[in-house]
Ligand binder design. Structure first.
Ligand SMILES: *Cc1c(COP(=O)(O)O)cnc(C)c1O
Length: 219
């Protein structure tokens, strides 16, 4: 991350590392925490709630990055500091209503289907502006920016092109009066390209924890 930041004329301190810990046991997170990692991201709610309970003695900042159905919003609103995967107004409204008053506002990114893939979650780039304007008016949450998982690409210039589109979209929304400061983009295999294009949060799993082993019943 530091090398990618320097070659982009940025400093490593501008970019937050989210350790994506889905499919890894609480013990692996505890070890990473003891090595100085404080922000963890989870994709599956039941699995995440188990780890949050198990690690309640640590001051972890929890991020939710998985698909969200309506019946999951209450637990997300109650247990997470950030949510990156909101792509519908209905979900944002439920999170706003269900966010407990004693907690700080829920920090939110909208997931954008930046490569416009048919079966991928995320709001389409063309509809992002309307959704962002509506979400920004909701109470109990702070709209921070945009998140994307581009279509896989091996060539770095292709990776960069997708991330540049997300940044362009964010610039456009900011020119229309929004104040977005977060670009959540880049995973293990493409985070240098994301940092080159302005990522402020990278979501890295396997490069930290190793390859995930998908067991039956866990995902
Ligand atoms: C799993 C996941 C990641 C991390 O992927 P790695 O390739 O393991 O770094 C990042 N973002 C989201 C939304 C994920 O589901």
């Amino acid at each position: 991350m530091a090398a990618a930041a320097v070659s982009a004329g940025r400093t490593a301190g501008e970019i937050k590392l989210l350790a994506v810990s889905k499919n890894f046991p609480a013990m692996a997170l505890r070890e990473a925490y003891q090595a100085g990692q404080c922000c963890f991201a989870e994709s599956y709610l039941q699995e995440a709630l188990g780890k949050i309970a198990e690690l309640h003695d640590l001051s972890v900042e929890w991020h939710f990055i998985g698909p969200i159905q309506g019946n999951k919003t209450r637990a997300i609103a109650e247990n997470f500091a950030w949510v990156h995967s909101v792509d519908r107004l209905k979900i944002a409204e439920r999170l706003a209503v269900q966010r407990p008053q004693h907690l700080p506002p829920l920090q939110m990114c909208l997931q954008v289907n930046i490569s416009e893939e048919a079966s991928k979650s995320g709001v389409s780039p063309g509809e992002t502006g309307d959704l962002a304007q509506a979400v920004a008016r909701l109470p109990n949450l702070t709209l921070r920016g945009l998140m994307a998982i581009p279509a896989p690409a091996d060539a770095e210039d292709e990776q960069r092109a997708a991330f540049a589109r997300l940044r362009g979209l964010q610039d456009q929304l900011n020119s229309q009066g929004l104040q977005l400061d977060t670009l959540s983009m880049g995973m293990s295999y493409d985070f240098p390209a994301a940092i080159a294009e302005g990522a402020t949060i990278v979501r890295v799993g396997s490069a930290i924890f190793g390859n995930r082993i998908y067991q039956q019943g866990i995902i």
